[in-house]
Write a protein of this length. Structure first.
Length: 536
């Protein structure tokens, strides 16, 4: 098999480095990186991006001695790093990497200072999407740069863009990341600093990987980079700081093997917005067939099939293209089959379309006292309508806000992945602190039966209070993030006919996701259940 060449990826990244001076001095520069947990992982992860830079530099510049100092602190944002810098003036201070003292690290001059902040400002969030908040964030960033430059007198300053938050480029969180990165780029221009396109590099690697495998990721939790993400960051750092040779070595020796699964068949599913009153749904499915570069597919044909679905065109006479899929996603998991044929070869891949949810968020629920939530104070017109069996989607929230409801499709781009019961509100709103959201489904059962109600969350940071109603009755109300392993299974009962499953999720800060799902008991297969986001 011939090696897979990252032609499109390396071309895009090379554009960012055109004409850049070698700020890394052939691998002998002292570079100080200031950041959050992603910078901490550059050393704490075995394949972290600082390690990757070390390996690439020593491979391309034998005998060099890179001095890459990573000052990464979990949860740090621009304003909190100002506090770190101030405290480190008078006393030793340690962040994520054991034995690395901020005070001592900032006491020596550096050839390059690189700052990469913004993730926690969006994730927590410390910054809301308002002009005054963005201006304050930028002012804090300018102040931090001045303070750090006074300490280490760097020969060059570089500002790296915050990396993606969720793997959906259109998510509200990534829209906010983009705004902060625009502010940072403008500040870099003002200060004559180098811009390091770490955000774009991760998107480039993700897109290249998805063409090979639909479940390819550049993070392991939709915030922190996995090996592919670390390689993307390292490559962007090396190129922006002027060492294209080291970046090329990294791309070919370490990143390229992550894609080498030729031939490969991949796809990406995109739901198209649909009217809330309808049961049917339109999807666009992008498909790619990638064969060995030395053996391109001859006259390939791609087909997509699934019972009960209208799919056009009937076939694609190409290695990539789009199908439209129209139908009713009424099963908990709806299945299709993608197939590619060329010459004597056949490849197949199963696609799953989870049933959607009806959701709303962006609701101010200030009903917390420290880590305790008061569900009685949160009970308003929506809760009253749920319990009365009325149309709760027409009710105002307890806060007085009129909710806007929309469909949510579980997705591999979010916390919880495409598990049918998962809702990640990071895909619904740039959640503020003390925000609440709701999710609903109507489930038709041919007969009455007992079922398991599986409640869980896959967040790594945050406080969540969950309330769940089944047919108007509260079946769970508790601190989901306080349950053992953030999981709880209870027994519930579906009635014959339609069943309304509704949940309310409230959080203080950080991540905002839960799973609410039905599971069988005994030998029951639940194969008669039908799901809908339209009230019966």
């Amino acid at each position: 098999m011939r090696p897979f060449r990252l032609t499109a990826l390396t071309a895009v990244l090379l554009l960012h480095a055109a004409g850049a001076a070698d700020l890394l001095q052939g691998g002998n520069a002292r570079v100080v990186f200031v950041g959050d947990s992603i910078t901490g992982l550059s050393r704490n992860a075995a394949a972290g991006w600082a390690h990757q830079m070390d390996w690439a530099l020593t491979q391309t510049h034998p005998g060099c001695r890179p001095d890459l100092v990573a000052l990464g602190g979990s949860g740090q944002g621009v304003r909190s790093w100002l506090n770190v810098e101030q405290r480190s003036r008078t006393a030793p201070l340690f962040l994520d990497i054991r034995g690395i003292d901020v005070q001592a690290s900032l006491a020596r001059p550096a050839d390059v200072l690189v700052i990469m902040l913004g993730m926690n400002d969006v994730l927590a969030p410390y910054v809301v999407d308002e002009p005054a908040a963005l201006a304050d964030w930028t002012a804090g960033y300018r102040q931090l740069v001045a303070a750090l430059k006074a300490r280490i007198a760097p020969g060059q300053l570089a500002l790296a863009s915050a990396t993606p938050c969720t793997e959906d480029p259109h998510s509200p969180k990534n829209a906010m990341i983009d705004r902060l990165n625009e502010q940072a780029a403008a500040l870099a221009k003002e200060l004559g600093a180098t811009v390091v396109p770490t955000n774009q590099a991760m998107w480039d690697v993700l897109r290249a990987g998805r063409r090979r495998r639909p479940d390819f990721h550049v993070t392991y939790d939709f915030v922190h980079p996995n090996e592919a993400g670390h390689l993307a960051i390292a490559g962007a750092m090396l190129r922006a700081l002027g060492d294209g040779a080291a970046a090329d070595w990294l791309a070919q020796a370490r990143l390229s093997p992550l894609y080498e699964h030729a031939p490969a068949l991949s796809c990406q599913v995109e739901p198209v917005d649909a009217a809330l009153g309808g049961r049917r749904q339109l999807y666009r499915v992008r498909c790619w067939l990638t064969a060995d570069p030395g053996e391109p597919p001859q006259r390939p044909t791609l087909t997509l099939a699934g019972d009960g679905w209208t799919i056009t065109p009937a076939a694609l006479a190409a290695s990539d293209g789009w199908f439209t899929v129209y139908g009713t996603p009424e099963r908990r998991v709806n299945r299709l089959q993608l197939e590619a044929r060329w010459g004597d070869h056949t490849l197949a891949r199963a696609l799953t379309l989870p049933a959607p949810w009806l959701v709303t968020a962006g609701l101010p629920h200030l009903f917390w006292k420290q880590q305790a939530f008061d569900p009685a104070k949160a009970r308003g017109p929506i809760e009253q309508a749920i319990e009365a069996g009325a149309d709760f989607t027409a009710a105002a929230d307890v806060s007085g806000v009129k909710p806007v409801w929309r469909r949510w499709y579980p997705s591999i781009d979010y916390t919880g992945l495409d598990a049918p019961g998962s809702v990640d509100f990071a895909g619904v709103s740039h959640a503020r602190n003390f925000e609440g959201g709701y999710g609903a489904r109507w489930i038709h059962a041919d007969r009455e039966r007992a079922v398991g109600l599986d409640l869980s969350s896959q967040i790594f940071a945050g406080t969540l209070y969950l309330r769940v109603w089944l047919n108007g009755r509260v079946v769970y109300s508790g601190l989901l993030s306080g349950e053992p392993q953030r999981r709880k299974t209870i027994e519930a009962r579906l009635q014959a006919g339609n069943n309304a499953l509704v949940f309310a999720l409230d959080h203080i800060a950080w991540q905002f996701q839960c799973n609410v799902d039905i599971s069988p008991l005994g030998d029951d297969k639940l194969d008669d259940l039908r799901y809908s986001v339209t009230p019966p």
